[in-house]
Design a binder for this molecule. Structure first.
Ligand SMILES: Nc1ncnc2c1ncn2[C@@H]1O[C@H](COP(=O)(O)OP(=O)(O)OP(=O)(O)O)[C@@H](O)[C@H]1O
Ligand SMILES: [Mg+2]
Length: 311
């Protein structure tokens, strides 16, 4: 009886040990799988960030060609204005020096007066001074344009820090419209209706990227005489930013695929198919949503809705 009990006890002990070992093995396996999953998740997240970055760099490549052209134009006339002004300055300098020499040489009043009148006519001083005025204001205008282009480009490349900012959505929208104006202006008219809207908490750079993609898509969808209507307004507790184009529209079938990464109907080299999926992610980060309405052959409206948190 005692032996039976001992044997049973030993058997139970062995079984328990085996069970404990199995449990430990399983826990280790589970832990290893968890680690692997976490690593896979981390590397996927890194890949996704790299993709988002790539998409931005690709659009930046397209944009910068246009931007270079856009900057080149004002720089061209600023340069030529300065050359004209430099020539004029030499004339005025000669005139002033001649007059100075005449005065210091002790010439009489009448001679000085005559030389003054003659000099004014010979060097066309009246014309030069008027020209200086218009050249200067034109140059300042050109420099303002360059400054604006650089600042729009900076908004586009702005990296958002982790912190939320107070974003002026109209300002953000204006930057996106400007940066694309050299692509839209040749075949489309862009009408913008900026509504009175409050600032919202968000990421300027990300919203700017969303808007840029919306306008780029609308621009690529329209033909000659295209029309793109953009508006911003406050509807209840939401900001609504709408982009309507009279382009080729989107079929029912494609509407379902719009936000899928890499879905594109554009030829190779023109679209990576990431614009809308990235935009979707960014809008979600703002707790907002994107709505689409489209009719083939008539056009498309994309609406971005962003919540306004009052106070
Ligand atoms: N306004 C629009 N009108 C017609 N089709 C559109 C419009 N916006 C998007 N689409 C369709 O949705 C597809 C996906 O758009 P998305 O912005 O994600 O990628 P893409 O423009 O093709 O490429 P990427 O933005 O990466 O350069 C487009 O290829 C196009 O077929
Ligand atoms: Mg796109």
């Amino acid at each position: 009886m005692n032996d039976d009990y001992k044997e049973a006890y030993l058997r139970e002990k062995t079984l328990r040990k085996q069970a404990e070992q199995m449990l430990e093995d399983k826990s280790r396996e589970l832990y290893d799988s968890f680690r692997k999953l976490q690593e896979a998740h981390d590397s996927m997240q890194e890949n996704q960030q790299a993709l988002v970055h790539n998409e931005k760099m690709a659009s930046l490549g397209v944009l910068s060609a246009g931007v270079a052209h856009e900057i080149n134009n004002p720089i061209g006339f600023i340069y030529s204005n300065f050359c004209t002004m430099a020539e004029g300055m030499t004339d005025i300098q000669t005139f002033v020096l001649t007059m100075d020499q005449l005065i210091t040489s002790g010439a009489d009043g009448e001679t000085i007066f005559k030389a003054w009148r003659e000099g004014l006519t010979r060097h066309d001083v009246e014309y030069l001074l008027a020209d200086f005025e218009s050249l200067t204001s034109e140059t300042i205008e050109g420099l303002d344009r360059v400054k604006q282009i650089v600042s729009d480009l900076k908004s586009f490349t702005r990296e958002d820090q982790g912190e939320l900012d107070l974003v002026d959505v109209n300002e953000c929208l204006r930057g996106a419209i400007n940066i694309l104006s050299n692509q839209t202006k040749y075949h489309a008219t862009v009408d913008v209706d900026y509504g009175e809207i409050p600032k919202i908490k968000g990421y300027f750079g990300k919203l700017n990227q969303v808007f840029t993609n919306m306008i780029a898509n609308a621009n690529q969808a329209v033909d000659e005489n295209g029309h793109i209507q953009i508006s911003s307004c406050e509807v209840g507790d939401w900001l609504e930013i709408a982009f309507t184009d009279n382009g080729h529209g989107i079929s029912e079938e494609n509407l379902k695929l719009l936000f899928t990464p890499f879905f594109t109907t554009k030829p190779v080299g023109q679209g990576t198919g990431l614009g809308l999926s990235i935009s979707h992610g960014f809008v979600e980060e703002h707790h907002g949503e994107i709505r689409v309405e489209s009719e083939v052959g008539k056009g498309t409206t994309f609406k971005i809705l962003l919540p306004v948190v009052h106070g």
